[in-house]
Structure formats: structure tokens, C-alpha cells
Design a protein around this ligand. Structure first.
Ligand SMILES: Cc1ncc(COP(=O)(O)O)c(C=O)c1O
Length: 389
């Protein structure tokens, strides 16, 4: 099928949930991806912070090939070695004690909410306005953006309250004796690369300890080197009780995880939670390759250095163009606030060979692979400069 036929067939057969860009991607290598018509793009979105090693990294390809020749799926009725190797690695790098493997970020948040409710025996969860935690019923209810839930308001569960991100007094106002946990992204991704003050994160940690409220950190977008540190909690000295991970960890193969401190993790016993696919040998083999490569190739350090370079270049553009209101972010999770809706920038940049994203209506969001080079960044900056002009 050619591109036009594929797009037409999708309209016919798919439930209409996505506003897709009008290109059919066909193959990729590193930071480069090609569409079906052979047009080349530099990928500054990386499958929304997933392809941190770039496309088809040879170590991930090799791990998937090798494992798929051996065993792909077995269910959680049996043990598998790859999942145990991965669990040891992830608990070590996160400084949390135990993990539950699932299939996506949303599912990790769902399970984390269940775990917090069961552990505390309480009934309320506090989330932040502008947050994004997923699309299933509980994760959607936690999500602090009305746009996503307006059609379901009558059917959403009770017990979720929302406070202003970055405003500790606003959180204090919604705490009750029934508060089980606060769920928060260290940096809001979908909501527009929003960062709170260091003071806020300090106060938040203190508040959770004082009131014995669990802190659930959603590191689904920020984790695994994205922000120039292995996990964004390191930027703000956060000590979560439960931490949710997904996206990057599978190198594109669906996987997520709920990490927790031992005492909290031990609340669950067999039957309390589960999954058919989660933690299977194939996904865990891919994830082991991803995490090993991030560590061996020093991609966290690279994200820090390249991110600094990228942010400086964006700051120079800000000095030149009054259309740019702010440049924010850490490492290779960067946002540029424009003084108008930025969908058209995405279209023009795509036509010029760059894949980027617009979120929260007017924030250009950059989430390139951690292997992006300064030369590739320079190319984007030159074109962005021209486009804004
Ligand atoms: C912070 C955060 N939490 C949760 C999710 C949902 O993850 P998934 O799409 O893998 O279910 C996302 C996805 O963008 C996210 O950015």
C-alpha cells in the first residue's frame, strides 16, 4: 500500500482517537526516521520519550531476536530469568526495593493507586492540576486536565482531588484524614514541561512525611536519563514511596513498572494485582538491553551535556524572537513556550524534515533520543530560527 492508501484504510477501520500527522513512517536508524515515500526526518520526539536509544538500536534488536528465538511469552504462572535480572537492575538504579511489571505507563499508575489505597486503608488520592497520568478510568481521574475527562464526569470514581502544581498551600487545603497518597510528575510533560520551585519539592517531601501520606512519583516520561539524571527525583531530592516507570525502559516494546519501598510493596499478596503479559521474557530482555546500554554508553551524562547545549541554543533564539515567551526543562526534556498555538510550527518543521510535538496548545516539546548529536540540534535550531522569523 502507498501512504495515501494506508491513511485512507486507517480512517475506515480504526476507532477515531488520534489526530495523526499525515505521514506513514517506515524505517529508522538512530535519530533518523524515513517515511514511506523515502523522505528523511530527524526525530526530536522519539515516540514521545520512548526511543531514547534512537530507532532500531543494534543491542535492542539483538536482544529481541535472541529472546524471541527462545521464548516469547509464558504468563506469570511461571518464573523467567530475564524479569529477575531486570528487577535487580531497576531496584538498584532507583533505590526502591521491589517492582511489579506491567505493560504501559497508565497501567503502572493504576496499580500504584491500588497499592497506596490498600496499604493505607484510606480512600483519597491528591493529584495535580495540569497533570497527565493516563486514559483508563482511575488514571484519567487523576489526570488534572478537564479536556480529557469532560465526557465521562458522571462515571469517574470518587476520592480524587486536585491541587495546583507547585503550590504547597493548595495541596494542604485538600488534605483530609482520608488522604492516602499524592501522585505527581516531577516535571509535568503533557501539561507543558512545567517545573515547580525547589522549595515546593522540599515542602512536598516534608508534608508527606509529617502527615504520613504516600508519595507516588510518576516518572513515566522523565525517567531513564531523559532529564539529564537517571530519574528526575534526583533533581529535587524526592524520596518517593512508590514510583511509576514506562516509556524509555522498553526501547519501544510495551512495558511499565511500579517500584515501591519494601514495606509498602509487601501490602500486596497473590491475587491483589496481576497481568497476563507484564514482565514477560521478551519485553524484559529488550528492557535489559535498553537499561544496560543507557549505563554502558553513559547516556545519562550525554543527556545532561547535550541538553545543556540544546537549551542554550534555544535561549539564544528566545533573545532574538519575542514570540518565544520561555524556554524550560532539564536534560533532553525541553519546552519552548510560544505566544500562539504551535500546531502550525509542527507542520512546517515536519515539511522541513524534523519531527517535533506541540503540547498544552502553545508549548513546543522536544524529547529527542538521548543519542541526538549537537550537529542535529544545530540543524533544528537553524530551521526553527527561520520558521519563527
Ligand atoms: C507522565 C505520564 N504518565 C502516564 C502516561 C501514560 O503512559 P502510557 O501512554 O504508556 O499509558 C504518560 C504518557 O504520556 C505520561 O507522560
Amino acid at each position: 500500500m502507498n501512504s495515501k492508501e494506508i491513511i485512507k484504510a486507517e480512517e475506515k477501520y480504526f476507532i477515531n482517537t488520534f489526530n495523526r500527522q499525515p505521514i506513514v513512517l517506515d524505517r529508522g536508524q538512530g535519530s533518523i526516521v524515513y517515511d514511506k515515500d523515502g523522505k528523511k526526518y530527524i526525530d526530536f520526539l522519539a515516540g514521545i520519550a520512548v526511543n531514547s536509544l534512537g530507532h532500531s538500536h543494534p543491542k535492542v534488536v539483538e536482544a529481541i531476536k535472541k529472546q524471541s528465538e527462545n521464548l516469547i511469552h509464558i504468563s506469570n504462572i511461571y518464573y523467567n530469568e530475564q524479569s529477575v535480572i531486570l528487577a535487580e537492575k531497576l531496584t538498584t538504579i532507583s533505590s526502591l526495593d521491589k517492582i511489579f511489571f506491567c505493560n504501559s505507563g497508565t497501567e503502572a499508575n493504576e496499580g500504584a493507586i491500588k497499592l497506596a489505597l490498600k496499604h493505607t486503608g484510606k480512600s483519597e488520592i491528591i493529584a495535580m492540576k495540569n497533570s497527565f497520568h493516563g486514559r483508563t478510568i482511575a488514571a484519567l481521574t487523576a489526570t488534572g486536565q478537564d479536556e480529557y475527562k469532560k465526557d465521562y464526569l458522571k462515571n469517574l470514581p470518587h476520592g480524587f482531588k486536585h491541587a495546583e502544581f507547585g503550590d504547597i498551600e493548595s495541596i494542604k487545603k485538600v488534605i483530609t484524614e482520608n488522604t492516602a497518597a499524592i501522585i505527581i510528575e516531577p516535571i509535568q510533560g503533557e501539561g507543558g514541561i512545567n517545573i515547580a520551585s525547589k522549595e515546593f519539592y522540599n515542602e512536598l517531601s516534608k508534608l508527606c512525611k509529617e502527615k504520613e501520606i504516600l508519595l507516588i512519583l510518576d516518572e513515566i516520561q522523565t525517567g531513564f536519563g531523559r532529564c539529564g539524571v537517571m530519574f528526575a527525583k534526583e533533581l529535587f531530592n524526592l524520596d518517593p514511596d512508590i514510583m511509576c516507570i514506562a516509556k524509555t525502559m522498553g526501547g519501544g516494546i510495551p512495558i511499565g513498572g511500579i517500584l515501591a519501598k519494601e514495606e509498602i510493596a509487601n501490602t500486596f499478596s497473590p491475587g491483589d494485582h496481576g497481568t497476563t503479559f507484564g514482565g514477560g521474557p521478551l519485553v524484559c530482555a529488550a528492557s535489559n538491553a535498553v537499561v544496560d546500554t543507557i549505563i554502558e554508553e553513559k547516556l545519562v551524562e550525554k543527556s545532561y551535556e547535550t541538553g545543556k547545549y540544546f537549551k542554550n541554543k534555544l535561549m539564544v533564539l528566545k533573545e532574538k524572537h519575542s514570540k518565544i515567551k520561555e524556554v524550560r526543562g532539564y536534560g533532553l526534556m525541553l519546552g519552548v513556550e510560544i505566544d500562539e498555538p504551535c500546531g502550525k510550527y509542527v507542520d512546517i518543521l515536519r515539511e522541513k524534515g524534523f519531527l517535533i510535538n506541540c503540547t498544552a496548545k502553545n508549548i513546543l516539546r522536544f524529547l529527542p533520543p538521548l543519542i541526538i548529536t549537537t550537529e542535529e540540534i544545530d540543524k533544528l535550531i537553524d530551521v526553527l530560527d527561520e520558521v519563527i522569523k
